[in-house]
Design a protein around this ligand. Sequence first.
Ligand SMILES: C[S@@+](CC[C@H](N)C(=O)[O-])C[C@H]1O[C@@H](n2cnc3c(N)ncnc32)[C@H](O)[C@@H]1O
Length: 325
Amino acid sequence: MEEADQLRVAAKSGDLKKVQTLINSGADVTHFDNEGLTPLMHAAKIGNAEIVTALLESGAPWNALTPSNLSAGDFAMEEGHQEAFDLLLKTGIQSELILGTIARNQTKNEYSNQEYLQDRVSFSEDKIMDSESKGVMMAWEKPLMEAHAKAICINGGRILNVGFGMGLVDTAIQQYGPSKHTIIEAHPEVYKRMIESGWGEKENVQIVFGRWQDVLDKLDDRFDGIFFDTYGEYYEDLREFHQNLPKLLKPDGVYSYFNGFCGSNAFFHVVYCNLVTLEIENLGFSTQLIPLPVKDCLGDDVWEGVKQKYWQLDTYYLPVCQFSD
Ligand SMILES: C[S@@+](CC[C@H](N)C(=O)[O-])C[C@H]1O[C@@H](n2cnc3c(N)ncnc32)[C@H](O)[C@@H]1O
C-alpha cells in the first residue's frame, strides 16, 4: 500500500502512532482518496482530536473540500465532535486572519467591485442581476431584510443604510418612521431607479450617490441604526467599513450587516461569523447572532436563471452589534 493510502487508513481508524510515523516519513497529508476525502476529513469524521492536531500541524489544509463541497470542519460539525470542531475552527480563523493581513499589505490598484459598478444590471420583479447573471439582490431575502430593519430601528432616530438594491430593507426601515433615513448607493442604474420610484421625494430620506468609501466623510452626524449590504465586495471591504463604525454609530446605536459570507458551506460560514465577531469586538462592539430559519424562503424555483446560489444554508445568523459596556 502506498504511504498516502496508509495514512488514510491510519487516520480513519484513529491510529495516532501510525499517523505520526507516516507524517515523519513524509507521507502526503494533502492527498485526496478515491472518495475525494483527505486524511484530515477522516480524522474529523471520527472526532480524533489528536490526529486532527497532528495533521494540521504538518500542513494538512483545513479548507480542502470534497466533491460535494464539504470540509473537515463540516464533518466534525455534522458528527458533533466538539474538540475536533474547535481545533478546525481555531485554525480556520487564524489562517483567515493571516491571509487578511497579507491582503492588506499588498497594494490595491483597483477596488473590489469596480467592474460591477460600471456594468449594466437587469431588474425584474424578484431580483436584480449583474451582467454575468449573478444575483445582486433577490426577493427571497425580504424576511431577512425586514428582520434587519427591525433590529436597527429599535431606537428610532437617524438610520443609515449602505446599498439600496431592491429597496427591501429601506421599505421596511420606512415603516418605523425614522427621523432621518440616509441611503448610500453607488450603482448608477440602481440610483436612477431609486429616483424614478420616488425615493428622492420622501421627506425623511437623504440619498447619497457614490461608493461608501468615497462618501462616508460627507455624512454630517452619527446614527442610531446602521445597516450594511453591498455587492461584489469582499470581507476586507466589510472590515474597512467596520473601522468607521466607532465614529458613525451613536453610543446606544445598533449596527447590523448582511451576514452572507461563505453562504454555501456551513463550516466556512461559522469561521466567518466568528472572524467578524472577533474583529468587531476589537473595535469595542459586542455581537449577538440571532438564528433565523430560511429554508422556507428558498423554494425550488428561486435560483432559476441565476448563475450562483450564494446561499444554501438552512439558518441565517442575523448580527446585532452594539458598543460593549
Ligand atoms: C445586495 S444589494 C442591497 C440590497 C438591499 N439590502 C435590499 O434590501 O434590497 C447591494 C447594493 O449595494 C450597492 N453597492 C455595491 N457596492 C457599493 C459601494 N461600494 N457603496 C455603495 N453601494 C454599493 C449595489 O449597487 C447594490 O444596489
